[in-house]
Ligand binder design. Structure first.
Ligand code: ADP
Ligand code: MG
Length: 288
């Protein structure tokens, strides 16, 4: 039988926008020591905008080609690139055979050429120095840098910038005040992750983590700091949500993330994270 105080606790939580999909999550939350977050779409709004392009050749032509490729992707980065091409009024060429490699990038073909866009490791040819310097400068500002290639040539580097959620600094401070360790697990680069971490006071960071490896990153955090709650929004977060002692999905995120989580935050309100932890502590204190 479910103790009455747990029913009261989960009832109170739902009034506060924190939905418990499993009754025992309230008990497991009490033991959590590390609270890990996905970066893009969880600590940030996940609505990045294109903030820079440097092409080897015509910039608009490169952007049009890449936007055509990205128009087949659901990733927030894809929306940034497609919107920028639309704002410039560019006509998008035909692309075919588009494939998404989750957490890495996209490949496709256009007018007989092979196209690739993704993180730095996704390039299969060396990056010209001028583009490498521009990329390093953008990374220093915390932007996410994308690398695009056509056949055996680098086509362009692009930067997209996202905004940290306004409420995030207070949430991280509240967790620390509860004696918990905040952490971040992201597929984005070390530089972008460190930038957001520094702004929020998160020191435990696992960056450049492929979706497949997100579960192992959670295990790693558990080995270092104890039981882990993980909050995320994306399809790529499902393994981490499942691996965590308590998975917390943003209600504004993907259905797959919500299926993998024990707790769902209505409307993606991140304030639900400290609320849930505090409620669990109070509820469990009533039981013992
Ligand atoms: P996060 O963990 O921050 O949500 P992802 O795992 O979704 O990030 O993506 C990690 C990285 O993979 C991105 O920062 C980007 O470099 C690359 N990437 C993923 N999808 C795309 C895409 N559609 N276009 C370009 N790059 C992509
Ligand atoms: Mg995400």
């Amino acid at each position: 039988a479910v103790p009455v105080s747990i029913m009261v606790g989960t009832g109170r939580a739902s009034e506060l926008g924190v939905l418990f999909r499993r009754g025992d999550a309230l008990q497991k939350l009490r033991d959590v020591r590390v609270v890990a977050f996905d970066k893009t779409g969880t600590l940030t709004l996940g609505k990045p905008a294109l903030s820079g392009v440097m092409a080897e050749g015509d910039e608009d032509a490169a952007l049009a080609l890449l936007a055509a490729l990205e128009s087949r992707s659901e990733h927030p980065i894809a929306h940034a690139i497609v919107s920028a091409a639309q704002e410039r009024g560019l006509d998008l060429p035909e692309v075919e055979e588009v494939k998404a490699i989750s957490g890495e990038g996209l490949t496709g073909r256009s007018e007989g050429s092979e196209l690739r866009i993704g993180n730095r490791d996704f390039l299969t040819v060396p990056l010209p120095q001028a583009l490498a310097e521009q990329a390093a400068e953008w990374e220093g500002t915390g932007a996410t840098v994308l690398y695009a290639q056509r056949d055996a040539q680098v086509l362009a580097v692009l930067s997209v910038s996202d905004v940290i959620r306004e409420e995030a600094p207070r949430i991280i401070a509240a967790l620390k005040a509860q004696g918990l360790r905040p952490a971040m697990v992201t597929g984005d680069s070390e530089a972008a992750a460190r930038h957001v971490g520094a702004a929020l006071g998160i020191e435990m960071i696992r960056a450049g983590v492929k979706p497949m490896d997100k579960a192992a990153a959670v295990e790693d955090l558990r080995a270092e700091g104890g039981p882990v709650a993980f909050a995320g929004d994306g399809i790529n977060d499902a393994p981490a949500l499942a691996a965590a002692d308590v998975g917390v999905a943003m209600g504004s995120g993907t259905d797959i993330a919500m299926e993998a989580a024990e707790v769902v935050l209505v409307g993606g309100d991140l304030r639900g994270v400290p609320t849930a932890l505090e409620l669990s502590r109070r509820t469990m204190a009533n039981i013992r």
